[in-house]
Ligand binder design. Structure first.
Ligand SMILES: *Cc1c(COP(=O)(O)O)cnc(C)c1O
Length: 431
């Protein structure tokens, strides 16, 4: 990495006007020290900072950019679309087209509603679940992040965990009094919550592959067990696939693990890098959403034509023959290479990969839940992070974040990444 003088100057200035100099906390590098880089442009697999340094990007805007930065197909569609207007406040054919595309990948979404972020999607889907079941309580998992709605800011993983905030001031105890927390990958803990709250649970909301405490896959039987427990208790099962949708499999975790949720929240990839969220699922439930039903939910910019176009192009590209298979093969090559490089250097890490998402914990023991994830070595991660950054690889500045691959990352880029990581692991092993 070269000089970052311009980033240093801008960060100083930004901090006086924007809290922490950023618009989302994990961007501030708090967990790893140092300071964030200010980005001038993204191109394919690369980010370029304002000092002219180039980085291979494995954050990819925290997941959405599955085709990499400024993919020609997305860019030209957006150019064409922007000339036709940026928002209509009325239906357009694009919403139907994207909805049909999503449903073709995820047949469980019999109906869906577009919103503007993942936060909006989970907030709205829980309102719907409570209305449908006429119950108040919800179950979430320790280390599960579902956006920043008040009722969900309880033991919420990554951003919150990274900052060491137990919860957030400003969230009232009343706002979270109906939010119950169970342990991920632990069906007994879910069963206990159901027993203690018999007849009161509206829904279980889960990241089917947990991606906000680092990447933690479900153990065999966990998702099936949640389906069985929710069925038994007449509660709804909600998959928060904001991150995993079109990431762990083109059809999301529900397709990969063959478990049918009642409702699903989406975001990230379906917007192709523009702000979008969506929620959907069983027709009998979705028909409760206004204006068909009484559950209110609205949005000035919802179904925004630019966002719809970016999403359509992105999902269509993923449908091209061989694209997904190639992407997953590259992800496998990268994670295998990283794991071998760590082992060769005698550095103990736990690596996980599901589809095009992966994660690495500096941890001697298996990581299956928030408890085990949180015992990872923060100091080692921080040194590794800065060493690879110096080498030109941009990883998420927290080991409690998942990493992502795009179709723009080719074999040569992955080899380069593995070389840089190998040097970083060696630095750790001598220290
Ligand atoms: C990112 C994320 C959200 C929140 O989405 P935003 O668009 O940031 O509001 C919700 N759930 C999960 C699983 C996520 O990864």
């Amino acid at each position: 990495m070269g000089k970052i003088d311009k980033s240093v100057r801008l960060f100083k200035e930004a901090q006086s006007l924007l809290p922490g100099g950023v618009d989302s906390p994990v961007r501030a590098f708090t967990a790893v020290g140092g300071q964030p880089l200010f980005i001038e442009r993204g191109e394919g697999p690369y980010l370029f900072d304002i000092d002219g340094n180039r980085y291979i990007d494995y954050v990819l805007s925290w997941g959405p950019l599955i085709l990499g930065h400024s993919h020609p197909r997305v860019v030209s569609a957006l150019r064409e679309q922007v000339a036709r207007g940026t928002s209509y406040g009325a239906p357009s054919p694009l919403e139907l087209e994207l909805a049909q595309l999503i449903a073709s990948f995820m047949p469980n979404l019999q109906m869906l509603r577009f919103v503007n972020s993942g936060t909006e999607a989970t907030m709205s889907v829980l309102r719907l679940a409570r209305a449908f079941t006429e119950r108040k309580k919800i179950i979430k998992f320790q280390g599960g992040y579902h956006g920043h709605a008040d009722m969900l800011l309880v033991q919420a993983g990554s951003g919150v965990a990274t900052l060491g905030l137990p919860d957030s001031p400003g969230v009232t105890s009343e706002a979270v009094q109906h939010t119950l927390v169970a342990a991920y990958n632990n069906l007994e803990s879910v069963e206990r919550v159901f027993e203690d709250n018999a007849g009161d649970i509206a829904a279980v909301i889960v990241e089917p592959v947990s991606g906000n405490m680092g990447l933690v896959p479900p153990v065999p039987g966990f998702l099936d067990g949640l389906r069985a427990l929710t069925d038994k208790n007449n509660a709804l099962l909600i998959f928060d696939e904001v991150m995993t949708g079109f990431r762990v499999n083109p059809g999301g975790a529900q397709t990969l693990y063959k478990v049918r949720p009642d409702l699903t929240a989406l975001g990230k990839v379906i917007g192709g890098g523009l702000p979008v969220g969506a929620y959907g699922g069983r027709r009998d439930i979705m028909e409760m959403v206004a204006p068909v039903g009484p559950v209110y939910q609205a949005g000035t910019l919802s179904g925004n034509p630019l966002a719809m176009r970016a999403g359509i192009e992105t999902l269509q590209e993923l449908k091209e023959p061989g694209v997904w298979e190639g992407l997953e093969a590259m992800a496998n090559k990268l994670v295998t290479g990283l794991t071998q490089a760590a082992r060769a250097a005698g550095v103990r890490v736990v690596t996980h990969r599901v589809g095009t998402m992966f994660g690495m914990f500096f941890n001697d023991h298996p990581v299956t839940d928030w408890e085990s994830a949180s015992r990872s070595d923060a100091e080692r991660f921080s040194r590794f992070f800065h060493a690879v950054l110096d080498g030109g690889v941009y990883m998420a500045p927290s080991q409690f974040e998942a990493a992502f691959l795009s179709t723009a990352h080719d074999e040569a880029i992955i080899d380069t990444t593995i070389d840089i990581a190998e040097k970083a692991f060696k630095l750790l092993s001598v220290a």
